[in-house]
Design a protein around this ligand. Structure first.
Ligand SMILES: NC(=O)c1ccc[n+]([C@@H]2O[C@H](COP(=O)([O-])OP(=O)(O)OC[C@H]3O[C@@H](n4cnc5c(N)ncnc54)[C@H](OP(=O)(O)O)[C@@H]3O)[C@@H](O)[C@H]2O)c1
Length: 253
């Protein structure tokens, strides 16, 4: 029976990964800061699917929190088959207007923690095989403040790692959703309508996670859920970056 470790499992896409994987009979390790939300989800999944669920309460912006999770991933006696680097948050203002300490925490959660956890996971996955899903964003294909830069790092690194570690039986997939109904925008203090994004462009978390799990199983380096966002990403490759940056100003994804 496979075991999956999911960061940011207390809400949104992470909780949806946990639900879909539990339905597939995977044992789980759930990571986030909100212990109560994680324990409630763990109890629900144990009782509904009979799977084993561990809870690791950790702040991934702190070195001690990231190391706690990394140590679990390095444990060869009880190895992890799937790592989902999903934890993340957005900042409400543009770079120069945000508190620099908030920007540093943002970089640590999206990039540093993901890198540390991938490094730890590879210690036991190489040779025995495994899967890593890095939740990036379509924002990683355009220019928009540090969020896009972080997601772009995840996409670029996943592309390389997916080729490099394929020979060790490990796939690395950057999952790149567009606007998705979760608590992400609300946590930034925005209501759905505030983003000025047409209803048609909103995805639901279940579809995004299903597409990510399918593309990871196929060994794809990049997964863009839905045809409309695939078309948009194709456009970013041909349109001038000044135009895509202008469009990107409309919303955060
Ligand atoms: N929703 C979208 O439109 C969208 C689009 C593209 C990409 N994404 C990406 O999808 C991922 C998941 O976001 P979501 O939409 O599901 O948002 P969400 O509903 O707000 O969930 C975010 C999760 O990340 C966890 N988290 C945040 N900061 C953390 C920290 N310092 N340490 C540990 N865990 C932390 C939160 O848990 P705690 O608060 O309990 O710690 C929560 O479980 C993010 O990487 C986001 O960038 C989202």
């Amino acid at each position: 029976m496979p075991t999956a470790l999911i960061t940011g499992a207390s809400a949104g896409l992470g909780a949806e990964f946990a639900r879909q994987l539990a339905r597939r009979r995977a044992d789980l390790i759930l990571v986030a800061r909100s212990a109560d939300a994680l324990e409630a989800l763990a109890a629900e999944l144990r009782s509904a699917h009979g799977v084993a669920v561990e809870v690791l309460t950790a702040d991934l912006a702190e070195e001690a929190g990231a190391e706690l999770v990394a140590a679990r991933l390095r444990d060869g006696a009880d190895p992890i088959d799937l790592l989902v680097n999903n934890a993340g948050f957005g900042l409400p203002l543009q770079f120069a207007d945000n508190d620099i300490d908030d920007e540093v925490r943002h970089l640590r959660v999206h990039v540093e923690a993901s890198m540390r956890l991938m490094h730890a996971a590879l210690q036991t996955m190489r040779g025995r095989g495994g899967r890593i899903i890095n939740v990036a964003s379509v924002a990683g294909f355009i220019s928009r403040s540090t969020y896009s830069a972080c997601k772009s790092w995840l996409i670029g690194f996943s592309r390389w790692a997916n080729v490099e570690y394929a020979r060790d039986g490990v796939s690395v997939t950057a999952l790149c959703p567009g606007f998705t109904h979760t608590s992400f925008h609300e946590r930034m203090g925005l209501a759905v309508g505030d983003e000025g994004v047409p209803t048609l462009m909103w995805l639901n978390a279940a579809d995004v996670v299903r597409a990510g799990l399918r593309d990871a199983a196929l060994g794809r380096a990049v997964s863009v859920p839905s045809l409309r966002y695939k078309a948009l990403v194709a456009l970013t490759k041909v349109l001038p970056s000044s135009l895509t940056a202008g469009v990107a100003r409309r919303g955060r994804v």
